[in-house]
Design a binder for this molecule. Structure first.
Ligand SMILES: Nc1ccn([C@@H]2O[C@H](COP(=O)(O)OP(=O)(O)OP(=O)(O)O)[C@@H](O)[C@H]2O)c(=O)n1
Length: 408
């Protein structure tokens, strides 16, 4: 029996990057070996065991062959005669198919180390196409290693395009899409993930609602999708914030063209129907609430906050209430960051520094501080009770805001 370290741990070690988890492959053993040593069996289809103390994954070497549709359609062979090379062959990329033995020797039958040096993401065999998640994985790895100069091998990109064309993505479980997207969102260049998926035409299959939204903005002025306006938003925001929810929300800063064109914004664009569609979108893909909420708020109020100094004090307060800013004041900061980056992108895109300079980000932050300064305990001390308290609070917040605005 022999045990090898495989996958991301070896790849990251060779790239000099940090290692998050160790995956081991075991050649020449049977499930009994692990069960007798109190390893915990996980995974229904595959023989994978968790080490009783380290909790690291030990998988029996196996081969896989697709025998049907979706994730259930695999026939797996994990007999003790399966070799290391056979196990590595079933994997996605050459750089993920390098093994290291206990003496620190590398076993690299598909030249993964050469591809690491060449900075190429290359699939190992046509079996790559048996798992549509690999399309997202390649896009995510490109986002992760983009700053190191990685590219996708031409033949791999061709295969990915073919997989998209043949509708392989239909079989992907939605939570897997989010899990991979979440990992991509944590990388240095998350826009590269979406750009890759866009280039192979997977975005409209994976995120049709988002794609439709981006497409909608095309109707107003320019081809925002073709020009990657939203992805540039994401690229810029990722340079100053590593918060996933802020990064993701930058893809929803839409419906602004009226600022330039002097059109009235079309009513149906920001209507309840679209909010409803987006809510379903977030639910379908199992997005966590904190990511979902900020994106929805940004979509709903983008136009409002881009014109905030022209809104009534009552409406500004209603906005603070509806985004839950009193309980979660940090959300104001998220909006300010998003606004700042959006303006930068917008100005570069339209080369219209003068027309846009009227938007004042400081106003949002300041008006919230002013409204927040109203003392609730004073209202209670004055004897207000029940619903009177919230009414009085609202009134006083409007008052201080008005007073400050008259001098602003
Ligand atoms: N759809 C998949 C998922 C995983 N693997 C193989 O299983 C290994 C471990 O997978 P995982 O832990 O999901 O990813 P890592 O490559 O380790 O990368 P990371 O930890 O950064 O997600 C991968 O390296 C790859 O060899 C694969 O071939 N196809």
């Amino acid at each position: 029996m022999k045990i090898y370290l495989v996958g991301g741990a070896v790849r990251n070690f060779l790239l000099g990057l940090s290692i998050t988890d160790n995956d081991w492959v075991v050649v020449g053993a049977t499930p009994d070996y692990f069960l007798r040593r109190k390893y915990k069996k996980v995974g229904k289809q595959f023989p994978v065991f968790l080490h009783p103390t380290t909790n690291e994954e030990y998988a029996l070497a196996r081969t896989e062959k697709k025998s049907g549709l979706g994730y259930g359609g695999f026939s797996v062979n994990f007999s003790s005669s399966i070799t290391l090379k056979e196990d590595l062959y079933r994997r996605d990329l050459t750089i993920n198919a390098i093994a290291r033995d206990e003496k620190n020797n590398f076993l690299d039958p598909f030249n993964g180390r050469q591809d690491l040096n060449l900075r190429v993401l290359r699939h190992i065999s046509p079996a790559f196409s048996e798992d549509p998640l690999r399309i997202l994985r390649v896009a995510r790895f490109l986002a992760e290693f983009f700053h190191m100069g990685f590219i996708i091998a031409q033949e791999t990109f061709k295969l990915i395009c073919y997989m998209v064309e043949t509708k392989e993505l239909v079989y992907l479980e939605p939570y897997r899409i989010w899990k991979e997207t979440e990992k991509a969102m944590k990388t240095k260049n998350p826009h590269v993930y979406f750009m890759t998926l866009q280039r192979c035409c997977a975005v409209n299959h994976l995120f049709p609602e988002l794609y439709m939204l981006w497409n909608h903005s095309f109707l107003y002025y320019k081809n925002f999708i073709k020009d990657n306006f939203f992805l540039r938003n994401l690229a810029l925001i990722s340079q100053i914030s590593n918060k996933i929810e802020i990064r993701f929300a930058s893809l929803f800063q839409i419906q602004h063209i009226s600022l330039l064109n002097n059109h009235l914004i079309k009513k149906d664009f920001n209507n309840k129907n679209y909010i409803f569609i987006l809510k379903k979108f977030f639910k379908r893909l199992c997005f966590p609430i904190y990511v979902r909420n900020l994106s929805l708020f940004v979509f709903k109020y983008h136009y409002f906050i881009m014109n905030i100094q022209y809104q009534s004090s009552q409406d500004i307060l209603n906005f603070f209430y509806s985004i839950g800013a009193w309980r979660n004041p940090k959300i104001i900061n998220s909006f300010c960051i998003l606004m700042k980056i959006y303006l930068k992108n917008f100005m570069n895109y339209f080369e219209t520094r003068n027309q846009i300079s009227i938007v004042d980000i400081g106003f949002l932050r300041k008006s919230f501080c002013i409204a927040q300064s109203v003392s609730i305990s004073k209202i209670l001390d004055e004897g207000f009770r029940g619903k009177q308290i919230s009414d009085e609070l609202f009134k006083r917040r409007v008052y201080v805001l008005q007073k400050w605005r008259s001098k602003y």
